[in-house]
Design a protein. Structure first.
Length: 307
C-alpha cells in the first residue's frame, strides 16, 4: 500500500474542499468530554501560605473563602445535580453532532475521491441514509466499552475491599494492556464505521466486515494507525504552542503585586480565551477532517481484493 499517496491525497481533498472542515468540527464534538464538580462548605484558605502569594491573589482567595463558606450544603448539592444534568445533555448533543460529522467526512471524502464537487448541501444529502445506522453502531460500541469498564471497576473495587488493596497488584498487567487494547478498539471502530458508510452495510455486517478487513490487512492498517497516531500527537503539540503563548502575558501580569496587575491578567485571560476557542475549533476541524479522510481512503484501498 502506498501510504504517501494516501496521506497526500487526503490533504489535497480537504484543502480543495474546505467545506469538509465544518464536518470536521462537528466530528470533533464527540472526541472527548470531561466534566466534574463538587465541593463542601468547609473550604478554607490557609492564611499562612497566602503570605507567599501576590497581594492580588491573596485578596482573591480570601474573598473566595468567605463566599464559599456562606453557601449551604443544599445549594451545593443542587448545583452538583444541575451540573451533572447539563453535562449529560451536552454529551448527548455532542454525540449526535459527532456521528453526523463523521458520516459527512467519510461520504464527502469518498465523493471527492470519485471526482465530485462538494457543497454543504450535497454532503448533507449523502449523510441522510446512513446517519441512524452509524449512530446505532457507535452507541453499541460505546455501551460495550462502558460495560467492560464497569466490570473492571467492580472487580478492582472487590479486590481492594477483600484484600485491603493488596489484590490490586494483580490488575497491573491488565492495566498495561489497556493502551494497546484501546488502540485496537479505536481502529476496529474506525473500520466498522467505514464499512457501514462506504459499503452501505447494516450494523452486524459492518462489524463482521471490519473484523475481516482488519485481520486480512493487519500490517497495512497497523502502519497507517501508527502514522496517524504519531502525526496527531505532533500536530497537537505544534498547534498548542501558540495557544499557550497567548496566556503567558496573563500569567506574568497575575504574578504582579498590584490590583491593576490582577485586572490586566483577567483582561488578557479573557482575550486569550476568546481567541483560542475559535482558533481551536478550526484547527480541530482541519485535523479531524484529515484523519477521517486518510482512514476513508485507506479503507477504500484495503477493502479491494488483492491483486
Amino acid at each position: 500500500m502506498d501510504f504517501g499517496k494516501i496521506l497526500t491525497k487526503a490533504w489535497q481533498i480537504i484543502w480543495n474542499n474546505k467545506v469538509l472542515w465544518i464536518f470536521g468540527v462537528l466530528a470533533s464534538c464527540g472526541s472527548g468530554a470531561q466534566g466534574g464538580g463538587g465541593g463542601g462548605s468547609n473550604y478554607s484558605f490557609d492564611n499562612e501560605s497566602s503570605g507567599q502569594l501576590p497581594p492580588a491573589l491573596q485578596d482573591f482567595f480570601q474573598n473566595m473563602d468567605r463566599n464559599v463558606n456562606q453557601i449551604s450544603e443544599e445549594t451545593i448539592a443542587l448545583f452538583v445535580i444541575g451540573l451533572f444534568c447539563v453535562i449529560c445533555i451536552i454529551s448527548i448533543i455532542a454525540m449526535f453532532l459527532s456521528v453526523y460529522g463523521r458520516v459527512g467526512l467519510m461520504k464527502g471524502t469518498q465523493a471527492a475521491d470519485g471526482g465530485a464537487s462538494l457543497t454543504f448541501r450535497s454532503i448533507t444529502e449523502l449523510v441522510g441514509p446512513f446517519y441512524w445506522r452509524a449512530f446505532g453502531l457507535n452507541l453499541l460500541l460505546g455501551l460495550a466499552v462502558f460495560l467492560v469498564s464497569l466490570v473492571i471497576g467492580v472487580v478492582a473495587f472487590g479486590l481492594a475491599i477483600v484484600t485491603l488493596g493488596v489484590g490490586l497488584i494483580c490488575l497491573i498487567p491488565l492495566l498495561c494492556l489497556l493502551l494497546p487494547l484501546g488502540v485496537v478498539y479505536y481502529v476496529f471502530t474506525q473500520l466498522a464505521n467505514n464499512a457501514l458508510v462506504l459499503e452501505d452495510l447494516n450494523i452486524g455486517d459492518a462489524l463482521s466486515r471490519a473484523w475481516e478487513v482488519m485481520r486480512s490487512r493487519a500490517g497495512d492498517i497497523a502502519v497507517m494507525a501508527i502514522i496517524l497516531f504519531v502525526g496527531n500527537i505532533i500536530a497537537s503539540i505544534v498547534f498548542a504552542i501558540p495557544f499557550i503563548l497567548l496566556f503567558v502575558p496573563a500569567f506574568l501580569a497575575l504574578m504582579g503585586d498590584s490590583a491593576q496587575a490582577a485586572n490586566n491578567a483577567l483582561t488578557l485571560g479573557i482575550v486569550g480565551i476568546c481567541v483560542a476557542i475559535p482558533l481551536g475549533l478550526v484547527v480541530s476541524g482541519i485535523v479531524r477532517s484529515y484523519i477521517e479522510g486518510a482512514w476513508t481512503l485507506t479503507f477504500l484501498q484495503v477493502s479491494q481484493p488483492a491483486e
